[in-house]
Design a protein around this ligand. Structure first.
Ligand SMILES: Cc1cc2nc3c(=O)[nH]c(=O)nc-3n(C[C@H](O)[C@H](O)[C@H](O)COP(=O)(O)OP(=O)(O)OC[C@H]3O[C@@H](n4cnc5c(N)ncnc54)[C@H](O)[C@@H]3O)c2cc1C
Length: 461
């Protein structure tokens, strides 16, 4: 790869309105910092385009100077060192147009869910998001996007209607159900090596409110309530969305900090329902659970406006140090729960902040009207193990050893596929064999070769 010197970078500055920072220059450090403080991001240069024409100029310049291009917004997906090439930050592509009549929105690639949701709510709409409001909408949808309303409304990517993409030659392509249809299929789940998305149009459900939140159970109840959840989810309708997480939060967090707690997430979704109807329907379906699980130490369930969907999971907002491992599972049983609790149950001093199980199924499994490349839909449960290493409390090695011990003990439950958004930076083996079916993998390879024949968008696999 060619070395980028100051005079060479000056040439790029004359071609772009946006910012260009070489490693070591003022402005570089602020632009390369992302969500995960433990993920070294030190590319040769970072560019921050002002608009789509800037993205084209940056990609063409990178191709001409043998630089790889790495599109990024928040760094939520950065789990591997990036020490070369061009980091292309989309953070200034921030336009947003909501079409309330058509129930859709068109957005620049620089928006996170938290930037979009208030506007949608104001127009009487909701969105199919992931769990964290700080994640970028494009990054999530490129992987599929499994979120707190998924069992009712499907994958976030099922709602995508069109993309504008700058390809490896610097040309703009529109991908939709009628244009560049292979690319449209690939951009919903194929995740990497597909160009830089500059703009996306997404349909919005008419769900300005849901009925949801979190039910927290104290350490003494974790064992009983976790087992009860596994029984309860066998028999819930698709209007109910739920997941659980064993959390270990710092003592300064009121009520739920200082010891292990179980967080049961709940969302009842009924498009078009009034807030009264949501409360009535949502409570009716929760009644059986409340009886089964008993008293909570904190209950935040209620009518929730769509701009507060992030409160269902209440993910950490970062930047934070993160060690993470996830998998998609075949059906789990009570032995699985016991195994997991032998690592992170109340009796253990586990150095892991979150161990989460999500229920899949419902609308997640259904193929959208226009099929997509999303993998991992058929696995009925997901598992995520997350630690926040710190030199004083739990060094990286300790967190990693605890995470790997879980990974090894539950390996027998590992599913045939895993979705890209759970795989972080997948190994070559995972990339080839577990993210998609063989047929989808072959088709994606062809789409990537057509969009980026010279391999400008390096994706590590
Ligand atoms: C706290 C947390 C919660 C999460 N919750 C969920 C969840 O509930 N459901 C779920 O499905 N996933 C979830 N994820 C995973 C997340 O969806 C992915 O990591 C996603 O890629 C993040 O997108 P980003 O733009 O915020 O991150 P970035 O790190 O900025 O981007 C990640 C990758 O997306 C691609 N990308 C981003 N923008 C563009 C663009 N404009 N053009 C082309 N490629 C682009 C690039 O390959 C980039 O490396 C979560 C991650 C974290 C850290």
């Amino acid at each position: 790869m060619a070395v980028i010197t100051r005079p060479v970078a000056e040439d790029l500055r004359t071609l772009m309105r946006g910012a260009v920072h070489l490693r070591g220059e003022a402005g570089y450090a602020a632009e390369v910092e992302g969500f995960n403080l433990l993920s070294p991001t030190r590319p040769d240069l970072v560019v921050v385009p002002e608009d789509e024409a800037d993205v084209q100029a940056a990609v063409r310049w990178a191709a001409a100077h043998a630089q790889t291009v790495h599109p990024q917004l928040t760094g939520h997906g950065a789990y591997r060192a990036l020490e070369h090439g061009m980091l292309l930050k989309t953070s200034r592509l921030t336009h947003l147009r909501v079409d309330a009549d058509r129930a859709s929105w068109t957005m620049g690639a620089g928006l996170r869910w938290m930037d979009i949701l208030p506007e949608l709510h104001r127009h009487g709409l909701g969105a199919v998001t992931g769990s964290a409001r700080t994640v970028g909408a494009v990054g999530l949808i490129l992987g599929g996007g499994i979120g707190p309303l998924g069992l009712t409304l499907g994958m976030a990517s099922d709602w995508a209607r069109a993309f504008r993409v700058v390809d490896g030659r610097g040309d703009v392509l529109v991908a939709s159900p009628t244009e560049n249809t292979d690319l449209f299929w690939a951009l919903r789940g194929g995740k990497v090596g597909l160009g830089v998305v500059t703009e996306m149009t997404v349909a919005a459900p008419r769900t300005p409110f849901v009925y949801g939140g979190g039910l927290f159970y104290g350490a003494a109840d974790i064992h009983r309530v976790t087992h009860a959840w596994l029984d309860w989810v066998r028999d819930i309708p698709d209007s109910v969305n739920t997941s659980i997480a064993i959390l270990r939060l710092p003592p300064e967090v009121p009520v739920i900090g200082g010891s292990a707690v179980l967080h049961v997430r709940y969302a009842y979704v009924e498009p078009g329902a009034s807030t009264d109807e949501l409360a009535e329907g949502g409570e009716a379906l929760l009644a059986g659970w409340r009886e089964l699980a008993g008293p909570t130490i904190l209950d935040t369930v209620g009518v929730l406006p769509s701009d507060r969907l992030g409160e269902i999971h209440s993910e950490p907002e970062g930047p934070i140090p993160v060690w993470e491992w996830g998998d998609f599972l075949e059906d789990i049983d009570h032995d699985f729960i016991d195994t997991l609790l032998s690592h992170v149950g109340a009796a253990r001093e586990a150095p892991l902040a979150t161990v989460e199980i999500r229920l899949q199924g419902g609308a997640i499994v259904r193929e959208p009207a226009v099929p997509s490349a999303v993998g991992g839909k058929a696995q009925p449960f997901t598992l995520l193990v997350l630690g926040m290493p710190s030199d004083e409390l739990a060094p990286w090695e300790v967190v990693e050893a605890a995470g790997h011990a879980i990974r090894d003990d539950v390996a027998g439950y590992s599913g045939a596929q895993i979705n890209y958004n759970w795989a972080n930076h997948p190994s070559s083996d995972t990339f080839r064999t577990r993210l998609w079916s063989q047929e989808a993998s072959d088709r994606l390879r062809n789409v990537r070769a057509a969009v980026d024949p010279d391999g400008v968008f390096e994706h590590g696999n």
